[in-house]
Ligand binder design. Structure first.
Ligand SMILES: NC(=O)C1=CN([C@@H]2O[C@H](COP(=O)(O)OP(=O)(O)OC[C@H]3O[C@@H](n4cnc5c(N)ncnc54)[C@H](OP(=O)(O)O)[C@@H]3O)[C@@H](O)[C@H]2O)C=CC1
Ligand SMILES: O=C(O)C1=N[C@H](C(=O)O)C[C@H](O)C1
Length: 239
């Protein structure tokens, strides 16, 4: 496949290495360090799929450019979902597919699945309070993490005692505390904790490397071309 890499930071570089190892070609690299190359220079004849990992402030424009150029796009940037409805509408209007996941690792998507099951069970039995905690490296610009938001939304859907999340430890009883910590080079850790006066139950995912994100993004990129619509990891993994 011919892949257009958008963003050439930690994820972009790791995806390039793994894509080449899987026999794909890099059609181009879009990054502020290479201002002479733009997404609008590329057509579907030159690019099978674009993979976008940049910045919360850049992602929506990049996704828009891809969709308008007719380039299927796999986006992993977090912190831009206030524009997601517009991106979905543009995907529909242009007939160009969009894939988005707050976290591409298969392990985290299993964690999301167990999180929803756990929230429903914990609500059924009662007596527990719940909170979400995420820990990431100090270069991360958005907070809470996209993964923590997906986790919080999964809890809110199944645990009616919580009606909204708040990025703060000091919450009211009906608010779900989502606590963000920034520490060294931590790749990404997410913990859901249920506490009662008697005990604590935790569900934890800890990424040891970025390989899980990279493998998932490439699986999505290999799956997306030729489809129409807006997709996520549930579609890819059948979860
Ligand atoms: N969904 C998932 O599974 C995962 C998502 N992420 C998310 O992906 C994003 C990127 O993460 P990561 O690679 O670690 O971050 P990095 O900061 O290491 O890399 C981001 C790169 O994007 C570049 N960039 C900034 N603006 C633009 C633009 N307009 N067009 C093209 N490139 C641009 C940056 O350049 P410069 O430094 O010059 O600004 C930098 O090279 C983040 O939002 C992160 O949360 C990360 C890991 C997994
Ligand atoms: O910025 C990161 O590094 C990561 N971002 C994603 C998020 O915001 O959830 C996924 C992963 O945790 C790494």
């Amino acid at each position: 496949m011919k892949i257009l890499l958008i963003g050439y930071g930690k994820m972009g570089r790791a995806i390039q290495a793994q894509a080449i190892a899987r026999g794909h070609q890099i059609a181009g690299i879009i990054d502020p360090a290479r201002p002479e190359t733009r997404i609008t220079d590329f057509s579907p004849a030159e690019v099978d799929v674009a993979i976008e990992f940049t910045h919360p402030d850049a992602a929506f424009q990049n996704v828009t450019d891809c969709l308008q150029q007719g380039l299927p796009v796999v986006c992993g940037s977090t912190g831009w979902l206030h524009h997601f409805a517009e991106a979905k509408a543009l995907s529909q209007q242009t007939g160009t597919p969009l894939f988005y996941a707050s976290n591409y690792s298969v392990g985290v998507n299993l964690f999301f699945h167990f999180n929803e099951y756990m929230a429903a069970k914990m609500h059924q039995f009662g007596g527990y309070d719940v909170q979400v905690r995420e820990i990431h490296h100090t270069q991360k610009v958005d907070q809470p993490s996209g993964t923590a938001l997906t986790t919080a939304e999964g809890i809110l859907r199944h645990f009616p005692g919580k009606t909204r999340w708040r990025n703060d430890a000091a919450t009211e009883a009906h608010e779900l505390a989502v606590i963000s910590e920034r520490e060294g080079a931590v790749i990404g850790t997410h913990i859901v904790t249920y506490s009662s006066p008697a005990d604590t139950i935790e569900l934890k995912h800890e990424a040891h490397t970025r390989e899980g994100f990279v493998q998932g993004a490439l699986l999505a990129a290999e799956w997306l071309p030729g489809r129409q619509g807006v997709f996520g990891m549930k579609d890819l993994l059948g979860l």
